[in-house]
Design a binder for this molecule. Structure first.
Ligand code: CTP
Ligand code: MG
Length: 164
């Protein structure tokens, strides 16, 4: 596949697309159906909906298919599925953790907002491929910066009520 920084971004694209799609396509029934966890706080909160979860996985897989096709690497298709699925599970894990430490839906949480989706995407994909350590560090840094910038843009475009 493609080398260098661009290659790294193309590799992780299904996770990014999966994580972004719910902002546009999410809404409706929350995944925790409004229910609370043992601590009396929402299990996941209203920001995690079934429509967001399913659309994230679907568009992530589509992005993976596009990359597999463009790079003539049909094997990448499987990686895309794992990255998309992992990203959405990681996004839930991040919200679950935020609720457990008492943070409300949409409240800004340093690192917990930006990195669980990436970590889970990489863990899910790791049986097939795990980037070398330096690339992992670069991905974490890039993801953090891109996440902050894109949420700022989404807020300015009126897609998100808060800029994080
Ligand atoms: N979203 C969704 N379903 C998901 C994930 C996200 O519908 N599984 C939508 C919601 O509208 C959410 C928006 O995408 O508000 C942005 O996602 P995110 O920043 O992850 O959610 P927050 O609202 O910030 O909630 P949390 O505090 O739980 O992160
Ligand atoms: Mg958020």
């Amino acid at each position: 596949m493609i080398e260098g920084l661009l290659g790294l971004l193309v590799f992780i694209l299904p996770a990014y697309v999966a994580n972004s799609a719910p902002v546009l396509f999410g809404g409706g029934t929350p995944m925790d159906f409004g229910g609370n966890a043992w601590d009396g706080r929402r299990a996941l909160g209203d920001g995690k909906t079934w429509r967001g979860f399913v659309s994230g996985i679907a568009f992530g897989i589509l992005a993976g298919a596009a990359v597999a096709y463009a790079a003539s690497e049909p094997a990448y298709m499987r990686l895309g599925v794992l990255l998309a699925f992992g990203a959405m599970v990681g996004d839930l894990a991040g919200s679950f953790a935020k609720r457990r430490i008492g943070m409300g839906r949409g409240q800004s949480a340093f690192l917990l907002d930006q990195l669980p989706f990436l970590a889970f995407a990489l863990i899910f994909a790791s049986p097939i491929y795990l980037p070398p350590p330096l690339d992992l560090a670069l991905l974490a840094l890039l993801t953090y910066v891109l996440h902050v910038c894109s949420n700022f843009a989404a807020n300015r475009l009126g897609l998100k009520s808060v800029p994080w």
